[in-house]
Design a binder for this molecule. Structure first.
Ligand code: UD1
Ligand code: MG
Length: 343
């Protein structure tokens, strides 16, 4: 079904691109300003195709998963409600340009269905040196853990959206993270004999596999030079999908490790996001049409930081560098796990 999703997305994106252009939903490629490519109207919000194809696959799939018990189906459908709600909010944002304060708050409402239905653990394992102070080895955090999961959903949706603005970066980071999540799940299933644990990771796979394949289809159009833009519809959809995958798979802490570049970008962005220093509409690098190279500005983003640290480069190379920067944390997670297992 995920492969079918890839093929359908590949076919539908050009069709939908013509429709959105007719409705005047387009953007100009800012990192090509001053060149003929900078004057082309690039169709915007093509994430809507991915959101719809993904939801159709996920809704149909539950009819074929005969092993699922009713508890899991409640959580699964609650997760779909969250993803659906977030896709809608993303589309509304693309059409109406929602202010930043609302962008930060709305995902917390979108995450509520899953938090209400969540039947997994709400406890954390206390590290050995701290047990004498806390008094227990496993501490049940109850609603505080749910609050943390809600904040995770808000973080994931916004963090993908603000690590953006280069051809291929929005879809590319989703492809890398969802591939890492997929591999992580497969390895966890292989390493465990606990049925409930395996089932949690299997459900996570059911939700992440169509995200990976449909995002690959989108990336093929969004890669440099982009013939379509993904829109906030896609960034919000993808962020929420990855958050629910981590929550349903019961590995939300590991998920944050896969999001480490996004965490760094978010922390670096905080002064501008919270208006401590001025925040322009686009916090993108400066493009030189003569050389075709980008130069980093003082805006607090990883994109600009990379350019300042490693020098000017083309948009395509910068995107590749940032996507490579996304990978080591998955390897780090594997190494941590191996060192725990082998002492
Ligand atoms: C977020 C970022 C903003 C960044 C923008 C780019 C914050 C607070 N906001 O805003 O700094 O400029 O994403 O997506 O960090 N675009 C390109 N090339 C691309 C992708 C997008 O030029 O590869 C431009 C196009 O004009 C497109 C527009 O960005 O129409 C989309 O911006 P939008 O996603 O609406 O911006 P925000 O999410 O509000
Ligand atoms: Mg955006």
């Amino acid at each position: 079904m995920s492969i079918a999703g890839f093929v359908v997305s590949l076919r539908m994106i050009p069709v939908a691109a013509r429709y959105v252009l007719k409705r005047n939903m387009f953007g100009y490629d800012i990192n090509k300003k001053g060149t003929p490519q900078g004057n082309i109207k690039v169709p915007e919000s093509l994430g809507i195709v991915i959101g719809i194809v993904y939801l159709v696959i996920a809704i149909l799939f539950q009819h074929f998963n005969f092993t699922a018990d009713s508890n899991w189906l409640v959580e699964y459908n609650a997760a779909l409600a969250c993803i659906c709600f977030m896709t809608l909010l993303g589309f509304v944002d693309d059409v109406l340009d929602v202010p930043w304060r609302l962008k930060l708050v709305l995902p917390s409402f979108a995450a509520l269905p899953l938090l209400m239905a969540y039947a997994g653990h709400t406890s954390i394992i206390i590290p050995k040196p701290l047990i004498q102070y806390v008094g227990v080895a496993v501490l049940d955090l109850g609603w505080i853990y749910k609050l943390y999961m809600g904040m995770l959903a808000v973080f994931c949706t916004n963090s993908i959206n603000i690590h953006a603005g280069l051809n291929g970066l929005e879809a590319g980071q989703t492809v890398v993270i969802s591939a890492a999540i997929l591999i992580h799940n497969v390895m966890q299933i292989g390493a465990s004999s606990d049925l409930e644990y395996k089932q949690a990771h299997a459900f996570s796979i059911y939700l992440v596999l169509p995200l990976l394949t449909t995002s690959l289809a989108l990336l093929s159009y969004n890669w440099y030079p982009s013939s379509v833009f993904v829109g906030d519809t896609y960034t919000y959809f993808a962020g929420m999908a990855m958050a629910v995958v981590g929550i349903l798979g019961h590995f939300s802490e590991t998920l944050l490790l896969f999001f480490l570049p996004q965490v760094l970008n978010f922390l670096y962005s905080c002064p501008q996001l919270f208006k401590i220093i001025p925040c322009p509409r686009h916090r993108l690098p400066r493009f030189d049409p003569k050389t075709g190279l980008l130069t980093g500005t003082n805006d607090g983003t990883l994109v600009n930081l990379f350019l300042r640290l490693f020098g000017k480069c083309s948009e395509k190379s910068l995107c590749i560098r940032l996507l490579i920067f996304q990978v080591p944390y998955f390897v780090l997670r594997r190494l941590c796990h191996a060192s725990c297992v082998f002492g």
